[in-house]
Design a protein around this ligand. Structure first.
Ligand SMILES: Nc1ncnc2c1ncn2[C@@H]1O[C@H](COP(=O)(O)OP(=O)(O)O)[C@@H](O)[C@H]1O
Ligand SMILES: [Mg+2]
Length: 253
């Protein structure tokens, strides 16, 4: 099992790229997609409309924890997660983390959740995590056990500054990722892409390629259609396959 976490500044295209990655790996691998952004939009991007979130199950647990009878609390949670939160699609499964917990003490349920998730993840070849913007998830250790991270940046100074902060914090927090990858997104053909490539070289991380600014992506988003529809365009499809080929670690798994 290999875990790849997709991260970067908000709005750079993490969800779009997560959706494309899920599609890429699920052609021949068992894939678990995890939406770890409280402002979930990965389900729509991969074409799943009805889903339950782990946040909802956590709240239900808190309400019922004293009336579960003979069944153990872990069994209850496991049953709920497997039965309701693992949203099965034709080619992959999806888990949506949902909103963070409210007031009160959630340590107990959170610890149980972590252990159920750890077990669950072992059933898959590849786990793709669409992270929330910023670095909180690194400090909160939500993605502590990712094997790889893929940083998405656009050509803005802010996008690259966030990428730099992520790289620095992986060192500070001693998160030993096997590889750190960089993808440039919404790149125009006026040399901006080169700056992204040079940034990766300077930082010693792996540059996978640039994705052009595409009206088609915006159009799908506007119509609420899954991003994976993009792949019906053979030229774009080949371009993405070429980019994702660079994720050596997972492709060779
Ligand atoms: N290559 C691209 N060309 C044009 N628009 C894009 C591209 N990639 C993403 N977008 C648009 O940018 C917005 C943010 O993308 P999204 O994947 O939701 O970012 P994030 O998950 O990082 O916040 C969306 O409206 C999306 O349609
Ligand atoms: Mg997103």
């Amino acid at each position: 099992m290999a875990v790849i976490a997709v991260t970067g500044k908000g709005g750079t295209g993490k969800t779009v790229i997560s959706a494309l990655l899920i599609d890429h790996f699920s052609t021949d691998r068992k894939v678990l997609a995890v939406d770890a952004d409280p402002d979930s939009n990965l389900p729509e991007a991969v074409g799943i409309k009805d889903y339950s979130t782990l946040g909802e199950i956590r709240e239900l647990f808190q309400q019922n924890r004293d009336s579960m009878g003979t069944i153990s609390k872990e069994q209850w949670l496991e049953g709920k997660i497997y039965g309701e939160a693992v949203n099965e699609s034709k080619h992959f499964d999806l888990i949506v983390m949902g909103k963070p917990e409210g007031e009160g003490c959630y340590c107990f349920v959170n610890n149980l959740l972590r252990s159920v998730l750890r077990k669950l993840m072992k059933n898959y070849d590849v786990v793709v995590v669409d992270c929330e913007a910023g670095l909180e998830q690194f400090s909160r250790k939500t993605v502590e056990n990712a094997d790889y991270i893929l940083i998405v940046t656009d050509t803005s100074k802010k996008g690259l500054a966030t990428a730099k902060r992520i790289i620095d914090s992986t060192e500070e927090l001693k998160l030993n990722f096997k590889n750190i990858y960089l993808v440039g997104n919404k790149v125009n053909s006026n040399g901006e892409g080169n700056a992204i490539k040079q940034f990766a070289e300077k930082e010693g991380i792996i540059f996978l390629g640039n994705i052009p600014y595409s009206e088609k992506i915006l159009e799908l988003d506007f119509r609420g259609e899954p991003i994976t529809k993009l792949l019906e365009d053979t030229e774009l499809n080949n371009h993405f396959r070429e980019i994702f080929k660079g994720i050596g670690g997972i492709n060779d798994h």
